[in-house]
Structure formats: structure tokens, C-alpha cells
Design a protein around this ligand. Structure first.
Ligand code: MOS
Length: 748
């Protein structure tokens, strides 16, 4: 593999190219954009979960200082069309995304019913409090636990018999039921909210009647551009979407939401740019969340630890107007060598807003149940959980009956076990102590498809040797720009300092949304293609020049390194890229290259893998559980940047700690409204909740996945963490908690 990487920039723990502007405040996020004559918008939410608006009284708000307009369904400019956003790795949701200010109907509590526009943010907030609505209320259904019998098979599954959402049976259906050695358990995950640091915000600006520019917090530059073009029935090229910096997202930027359209409506009405930033409370109600889910796993095994059957059922909630689905049961179908596997997935429409993919999405939900069940079964069998997993390890995808492209999960498991000190794990729960604290160890496995989409990159080389690359991807935090510079540096033979990677604008060539752990695969492959295309152009100029000494040489005869091209068999014969451009009198050299996944992927099953090990300490009197050690190991193919990739794994582990111990939205079913609405009531893990996380990468390339050998990281960083912690808590205390989050009350 060595000879493939010219400069060995790939793999280096390079500092983030945008680190300095981010930490010094020079980077401008959507809510920090200032445009001349800009107005501020604040949304007013409904106070019922279902029914009709009888009356909206806006008089007091309109009279308040600085107020420019108060818009609602009766007076807002009409939106000519509404559309759906697509996620790169999932089927489109069925249904109609909520149409803000469309009619008098209320579908969920805190649904935006009015937009107050004022000259300052403070005045808009004040006036928003003066808007009063009265309703004709209907009986709402928001109690998930009481209505699981009403769950339905998703329409997407009904339409396509081979869809991953359909019921799946391998071998005999529900075979575990007739086996002597079995477990059967139910698991519950509450709704969880993404809550990135940056609040969702948009600045909407109609530059002409049919020309829209938005500075928008999104993971989907092109998806958002298409959505607004369709909504407003204007040509796609008339919509400009700018998302240069995104302050975290976790999935809530993968859909277009009502507040975005509301701001655009406001800008249309005023003929002025409008800035709209959600409040933290609105982040809990208006931009999606991980859906509340119920799961049941039945599993049987032979006394010596071979799994004979698994049945895994799941129900996830959705809204009444969109069918949100996710791949909750994927890992169960392919991870272990059980001859009999049954999966059933259902969704439960409720009078709530639409969920959206969140941190490892459905796979993280599913892995909590599956990997907890594995631990339960191992306990029944009195077999070490690591040994149990190794006994049921798959060397081939049992679902698709295909070979893995690469799979180094076993290696990851062994390295992680060594690092955490797995041999200290007591077989008998509740037997290891550290003073007053009970100590335990647990593990959980995660997997996520190694996806790749179609992306295009434009690369321009200048006579000073500098290179600028452009693509409409976003960087929501993983360090996309940095990784792209590294891939370009290696493939182009130019020092990383000479390369700038520009992203986050719809003016750049297209990219999929940044989701599904696929950005390095999709965009990185296009960066590589553009780099090679540039080298080929340089080569043809050098070899076409009679005086250059390169005449007649083929591309394979050349080495591209340190911004110069040389002859392999005569290293003294060389030319810098700058010299080539100057000789040709070119002010720049430009290429635009598309890259897409190839046919060879069809012959393999492609996944990234992770295994997480946790050491926990639980205080028997207070029920407090602390994660005291965490080791996360990943087979994510070749790692482009050890530092940013490691950071991403740590971030995923922190998300998993939140999922396991602290995060959970609480629904007050009387009102159909979440009562958790800020960081006091909805606790995301802080430093005090988080131990140092050791990250280990197998770092072996997968060239079926991408020409750089990469697979995805983002999702597997979280998938499997929550069960690792829950399993460790069982090992420490003997208490099996099957409902997240594992708060102290559940441990005393
Ligand atoms: Mo991710 S849940 O695809 O942002």
C-alpha cells in the first residue's frame, strides 16, 4: 500500500485547517451573518398538540416597538410548493413535511403558528410573547407506551417487498421460542434531542423576486437548495445556500424545517433580509430528534455458546404527517452467525413533530437492544461476553450472502479488551469493589454501512503553486476540510500548506449531504479524482514540450512530489508545477471531476465496525453511575487524520455516554409537550461525566470502499457505546436496566 501514498500526508494527525478561525471567533456561523437592512424573526409556537387555530390575536404584538409584521396562516405570503429532503443513506420519508403557515391545523405542540418580524432581535422576542392564539382543541395521542399496539408497517416497506424495513426471516421464524436456553427482553429508548452547540439559524435574503440567498445551518447544501427551489418554484440556480461553518449538527441539519421556510416567507413579505435563530427550547420541538423506541429481543443459544436464533422487533415513533424510518434492525441481521433471525420494524404515528436521524441513528437504537441482549445471553450461559461474540463472529454477510469488503472487528475487539483490562472483569456481577464503589466492565459492538455517494470537486492550480479545491459539502465538525486537504496533498504531490479546500456553498460543485458517515468516501474520492486529473494535465503539458526533457514520457513514468514532476528513471529531470504553468503562459489550470461508487461494490458487503469497552463505578447508596474508563476501537478503513478521526470517536463516545446515562426527553402526555426544554432538564454529558477516552484504529485500508481505502467513522463512534455502559453497570451491580437513560433512581 505504501507506494500509493506519495507524500504520506494521509494518516498524519494534522491540525485542523479551520481550527484557528473557529476558536478565535473569526469564523462566521449563520446566526452571525449581518446584512444591510436586516430584520429579525421570532417564531410563536402552538400551545396545543392537535386541533385548529380559532383565532390569532396579533394586535398587541403589531403595536409593540419596532415590529414590522406578524405573519400567520391567514396573511403570510403563499409558498407555491412544499418538498421533502433526502438523507444520503436512507429512503425518503413518506408524507408531507410540515407546511408552516399553510392552514389553521395544529399537528404538534409548539408548532410554529406565527412569525414576528421586528427591527431588533429583542423587540421581536418581546412582541412574540404578546401574540395570543385560541384553539379548537382535539384529543391528541402522544403517549407512546400506551399506543404501541397501533404501530404500522411503514409505507416504504409495503411499496417495495425487498426493502430493509420489511419483516425479515432467515431460517425459521421466531425460532428462539422453542429453545431451552433463551432470553427475552424489552428495551426502551426515550426521545433524544440533538442539541448541537450552535442553534439552528437562517438568514434569508431575496436578492430579486425569484432569486433567493440563504445563510443556513444545514448539513445539506444541495439538498436545501433543491428544497427551496421546489418550494418557491424558482430555478435551482436561483437559490444560493451558504453554510460555510456549522457548529455541530448530529443529524438535525439533514432535513429542511419549518423555521427555514418561515424566515424565507418573512423576507418575502418585508422585502428585506430576515434572520431567524431558534431558541434552545425550540431546538427541542422544531428540528427533529431521535425517536422514542420500544424493542424486544428474543435470543437462544446452545450451552457452549452458539447463537441458534434471534428475533428483534422495534417500534419507533413518527409524526402524523411524515413517516420517518431508520435502520434500527440492520445490525441484528448481519452481525452474528445465527441460522435463524427474525426482524420486524414498525412505526407509530403520534401527534408530535417528525423525528430525524440522530448520532448513529437507528443503528445506535438497535445496537442498545441487541448488544444488551448478547450480554444477557452470555450471563445465562456463564460465558464471557467477548468470548460469546467471538464464537458467533461472521466471516461473511449472512443477510446478503456476500463477502465483507474488509472486516477487522476481531482485531479491534482484541486490542480494546487488552487496553481496558478486560481480564479484570468479574464473571459474577456485583463482586468487584473500589472502596464504596461497585466496579464493572461492559462491551458493545457497533456497525454502520460504509456508504459512498456521488460528488464533484473543482480544483484550480495557480502559477504560485497554490491549489484551491471546491465542493458543496459541509463540515459540521469532523474536520472535513482538513481531511480533504490531506487527500489532495497526497494525490497531487503538493504540500498541504499550499492547498485550500473551500466548502459550504451551493456555488461549488455538488456533494451529498454530510450524513451517514459518508463524506470522506464521497467527497474524498472526488478530491482524489480531481488531483489525478490535474496531474494528467500537467503531465501532458510537460511531455508535450520538446525542450522539457520529458518528451515521450508516459504518465506512469512520472513522479509527482513536492509540487514538482520528475522522471522516475532520471530524477534530475524535473519541473515544478509553477514552471509548467508559466511555460504555457497559463494564469491557472482548472479541472472539475466527478466521482461515484463503482460496480465492484455490488459484489461485497461494506461496513465499518466499532467495539466499545467501558469501565463504570456505581455508588450503591446514591445510585450514581460514572464511566471511569472508555476504550473505543474502530475498523474504519484507512484513517486520513489520526487526530480529527480520534476526536470524532471521542465525540461519539460522549454522545453514547449521554444516551446511556443522562439524555432523555420527558413528554407530559396531558399536554402532548416535552417538558425537558433546556440543558438543566436535558443533561448532555459534560467534562465531569466523561472519562478520558482511548481510541484505537485498526487502520487497514478498504479499497473496495474507496480508492483511499477509507470507510466511515461518524456513526460507529456512537453505535454500541450505550450498551457497553449498560452492560458494565450490570457487571458492577447485577442490575439490568433496559430503559435509557440509566439515571440513579433506576440503580437504587
Ligand atoms: Mo448523521 S445521524 O447522518 O448526521
Amino acid at each position: 500500500m505504501k507506494d500509493y501514498f506519495f507524500q504520506d500526508t494521509i494518516g498524519k494527525p494534522m491540525d485542523r485547517v479551520d481550527g484557528r478561525v473557529k476558536v478565535t471567533g473569526a469564523a462566521k456561523y449563520s446566526a452571525e451573518i449581518e446584512l444591510p437592512n436586516m430584520a429579525h424573526g421570532v417564531l410563536v409556537g402552538s400551545t396545543i398538540a392537535k386541533g385548529r387555530i380559532k383565532n390569532i390575536d396579533t394586535k398587541a404584538a403589531e403595536r409593540a416597538p419596532g415590529v414590522l409584521a406578524v405573519l400567520h396562516y391567514q396573511n403570510a405570503p403563499k409558498v407555491p410548493g412544499y418538498v421533502q429532503a433526502a438523507h444520503p443513506t436512507e429512503p425518503k420519508p413518506i408524507g408531507q413535511p410540515h407546511r408552516v403557515f399553510y392552514d389553521d391545523k395544529v399537528y404538534f405542540n409548539d408548532q410554529p403558528i406565527a412569525l414576528v418580524l421586528a427591527d431588533t432581535l429583542e423587540r421581536a422576542h418581546y412582541a412574540a410573547k404578546l401574540v395570543k392564539a385560541s384553539y379548537e382543541e382535539e384529543k391528541h395521542t402522544t403517549n407512546f407506551a400506551k399506543n404501541t399496539d397501533k404501530a404500522i408497517l411503514p409505507t416504504a416497506a409495503k411499496r417495495n417487498p425487498r426493502h430493509g424495513l420489511n419483516d425479515y426471516v432467515r431460517g425459521k421464524e421466531d425460532a428462539y421460542k422453542n429453545e431451552p436456553l433463551k432470553i427475552e427482553s424489552e428495551y426502551v429508548i426515550p426521545s433524544e434531542m440533538h442539541n448541537p452547540m450552535e442553534l439552528q439559524a437562517i438568514v434569508a435574503h431575496w436578492e430579486a423576486d425569484d432569486k433567493l440567498t440563504v445563510y443556513d445551518k444545514t448539513q445539506a447544501v444541495i439538498g436545501t437548495q433543491n428544497a427551496f427551489a421546489r418550494e418557491w418554484k424558482i430555478p435551482v440556480e436561483n437559490v444560493k445556500v451558504i453554510a460555510t461553518y456549522v457548529g455541530g449538527a448530529f443529524g438535525n441539519g439533514l432535513h429542511t424545517w419549518p423555521h427555514e421556510t418561515a424566515a424565507i416567507i418573512g423576507a418575502k413579505k418585508l422585502g428585506r433580509p430576515v434572520k431567524l435563530m431558534l431558541t434552545r427550547e425550540q431546538m427541542f420541538t422544531m428540528v427533529g430528534y431521535r425517536p422514542h423506541a420500544w424493542q424486544k429481543v428474543g435470543m437462544s443459544a446452545t450451552p457452549d455458546g452458539k447463537i441458534t436464533a434471534i428475533t428483534h422487533e422495534a417500534i419507533g415513533q413518527t409524526s402524523s404527517y411524515e413517516e420517518f424510518t431508520e435502520s434500527t434492525l440492520q445490525q441484528t441481521r448481519m452481525m452474528y452467525t445465527s441460522p435463524n433471525v427474525t426482524t420486524r420494524y414498525r412505526i407509530l404515528p403520534l401527534d408530535i413533530s417528525t423525528p430525524i436521524w440522530m448520532r448513529g441513528p437507528g443503528e445506535a437504537t438497535g445496537a442498545f437492544a441487541l448488544e444488551s441482549a448478547l450480554d444477557e445471553m452470555a450471563h445465562v450461559l456463564k460465558i464471557d461476553p467477548l468470548e460469546f461474540r467471538l464464537k458467533n463472529y461472521t466471516e461473511r454477510d449472512p443477510e446478503k450472502n456476500l463477502p465483507w469488503s474488509t472486516k477487522f472487528l476481531k482485531e479491534a475487539m482484541l486490542m480494546g479488551a487488552e487496553k481496558i483490562g478486560w481480564s479484570n472483569r468479574p464473571m459474577q456481577p456485583g463482586t468487584l469493589r473500589d472502596g464504596e464503589w461497585q466496579v464493572g466492565y461492559g462491551m458493545g459492538v457497533g456497525t454502520f454501512g460504509a456508504h459512498r455517494g456521488r460528488a464533484t470537486v473543482k480544483a484550480t492550480l495557480y502559477p504560485d503553486g497554490k491549489v484551491v479545491m471546491q465542493c458543496a459539502t459541509t463540515d459540521i465538525g469532523p474536520g472535513t476540510g482538513t481531511a480533504m486537504v490531506q487527500i489532495a496533498a497526497d494525490n497531487l504531490g503538493v504540500a498541504p500548506e499550499q492547498i485550500t479546500f473551500e466548502l459550504g456553498s451551493s456555488l461549488f460543485p455538488p456533494s451529498p449531504s454530510q450524513g451517514g458517515s459518508a463524506t470522506v468516501a464521497s467527497v474524498g474520492s472526488a478530491v482524489r479524482a480531481a488531483s489525478i486529473a490535474l496531474k494528467q494535465k500537467l503531465a501532458s503539458m510537460a511531455t508535450g514540450n520538446a525542450d522539457s526533457g520529458f518528451r515521450g514520457a508516459k504518465f506512469e513514468d512520472l513522479t509527482f512530489q513536492n509540487g514538482q514532476v520528475s522522471l522516475n528513471n532520471s530524477p534530475g529531470t524535473k519541473l515544478t508545477y509553477s514552471d509548467i504553468l508559466k511555460q504555457q503562459g497559463l494564469p491557472e489550470l482548472e479541472v472539475t471531476e466527478e466521482s461515484k461508487p463503482g460496480e465492484e461494490r455490488q459484489k461485497y458487503s461494506l461496513y465499518s465496525y466499532s467495539v466499545h469497552f467501558a469501565e463504570v463505578k456505581v455508588h450503591p447508596l446514591t445510585g450514581q453511575a460514572r464511566v471511569t474508563k472508555m476504550v473505543s476501537c474502530a475498523d474504519a478503513g484507512k484513517i486520513v487524520n489520526m487526530k480529527t478521526a480520534g476526536n470524532q470517536m471521542i465525540g461519539g463516545a460522549v454522545g453514547g455516554i449521554g444516551m446511556a446515562l443522562t439524555e432523555g426527553a420527558v413528554m407530559d402526555v396531558r399536554f402532548g409537550r416535552y417538558v425537558t426544554k433546556d440543558f438543566a432538564e436535558y443533561h448532555v454529558p459534560v467534562h465531569a461525566d466523561t472519562p478520558p477516552v482511548d481510541v484505537i484504529f485498526v487502520d487497514k485500508p478498504d479499497f473496495i470502499s474507496t480508492p483511499m481505502g477509507t470507510k466511515g467513522i461518524g456513526e460507529i463512534a456512537t453505535i454500541g457505546v450505550a450498551p457497553a455502559i449498560a452492560n458494565a453497570i450490570f457487571n458492577a451491580t447485577g442490575k439490568r436496566v433496559r430503559e435509557l437513560p440509566i439515571t440513579p433512581d433506576k440503580l437504587i
